[in-house]
Ligand binder design. Structure first.
Ligand SMILES: [Zn+2]
Length: 379
């Protein structure tokens, strides 16, 4: 398994260096659009080799690209048409804001101790000093992390280089898990987690819901107003809304990881498979908005990201009936759950429980079933 992180380096470019990078980016963008036209005229050419045969010389001679850059242009265009083909949406693709992709060693290197990068331009390689957040320095200094590709991104004053670093880690083994943690998204709660001992953790949602609702009201008001200043404020507000959600999701994910580590020495986290979340509409209208407006998909990916770094396996299980099944006797019926009262009572065995917790328990038990199946098949 591989861990990947992206490190943002702020490049401190001189005016001449900025000029050189501007020229390089423009040439790259023009080359992309030229290559795209050629590919389109040839029926949406999506194989790198064929495209390269058609345009490589021109990219080098007319656009002045270095060899590696010309290859990157061909592969970017080829993959664009490959996905257009598979989506059955074939049209001429244009590249308006080009980002430039660099390959490590071939067209960029990092000298961490000198805080500088060497990157290719049309003329020659240039050495540029950089600034980086202190949190990210260990990734650059540690020999465990290897450099991958990097992206040159224009900022409003200059340039940033987004460098990816990778590290190989051992695949966690599910059968060795000594703790199963089920995590569900709640109605009253943002998330609920429960472990093998039925120890439970609730992440209160009310104040978050209220703040989110306030932001949404502000957004609707500004949308109705529609003036230029309202539009400017809307942009700011959208940023605030996103940052707010991301921040909360990080906090919840950290708590889930902490809870998992406290539950056992080799914990495993079980989540609902959220890819079909929109299919699940058996939610009261008032709650439905909350479910769809919160970035639950992001929460899932942040949990995964942090879990992988800790060597904790994450399982996805089917979300079907997780809120209707009795965790005690297995009886599954819609009426088991009273959505209005946020209460679960089994119609068969009369087991009672907070309804948000039922989901988390059922999800955890599905994780156990998966582990059991693996144990049987590998025995
Ligand atoms: Zn029951």
């Amino acid at each position: 398994m591989e861990l990947v992180r992206t490190i943002r380096l702020k490049l401190l470019v001189s005016p001449e260096q900025k000029q050189a990078l501007d020229t390089t980016l423009t040439a790259n963008r023009n080359a992309l659009n030229f290559t795209s036209k050629v590919a389109f005229q040839n029926g949406g050419l999506s194989t790198f080799k064929k495209l390269q045969q058609l345009v490589y010389r021109q990219l080098r001679e007319d656009f002045g690209l270095k060899s590696q850059m010309a290859c990157n242009v061909c592969s970017a265009v080829a993959s664009t048409y490959a996905s257009a083909k598979s989506n059955k949406r074939m049209k001429l693709s244009s590249f308006s804001h080009s980002k430039l992709v660099y390959s490590y060693n071939r067209d960029y290197t990092v000298e961490t101790d000198k805080h500088s990068v060497s990157i290719g331009t049309l003329d020659k390689r240039i050495k540029v000093p950089f600034l980086v957040g202190e949190n990210y320095l260990p990734y650059l200094l540690s020999p465990d992390w290897l450099f991958g590709s990097a992206e040159l991104v224009p900022t409003h004053k200059g340039y940033s280089l987004h460098v990816t670093v990778k590290r190989a880690i051992d695949e966690p083994n599910l059968t060795e898990c000594d703790a199963m943690i089920g995590v569900d998204r709640g109605m009253n709660f943002l998330a609920v987690a429960t472990n093998q001992d039925n120890k439970t953790m609730f992440f209160k949602g009310r104040s978050i819901k209220e703040k989110k609702a306030k932001l949404v009201r502000q957004r609707k008001y500004l949308q109705r107003k529609g003036t230029r200043s309202a539009k400017r404020k809307l942009k700011k507000l959208a940023g605030r809304e996103n940052r707010f959600m991301t921040d909360i999701n990080h906090q919840v994910a950290n708590e889930v990881i902490k809870f998992a580590k406290a539950s056992g020495s080799r914990p495993c986290i079980v989540l609902e498979d959220l890819t079909n979340i929109n299919m699940r509409t058996t939610v009261r209208l008032r709650d439905r908005y909350w479910r769809f407006s919160w970035a639950f998909g992001q929460l899932e990916s942040i949990i995964r990201y942090k879990a992988v770094a800790e060597g904790i396996p994450v399982l996805s299980v089917s979300p079907k009936y997780t809120s209707q099944k009795c965790p005690k006797c297995g009886h599954t019926e819609k009426e088991n759950r009273d959505k209005k009262k946020h209460w679960f009572e089994c119609r068969k065995c009369h087991y009672k429980l907070n309804d948000d917790l039922v989901g988390a328990r059922n999800i955890r038990d599905r994780g156990r079933e998966v582990r059991h199946e693996i144990e049987i098949t590998s025995a």
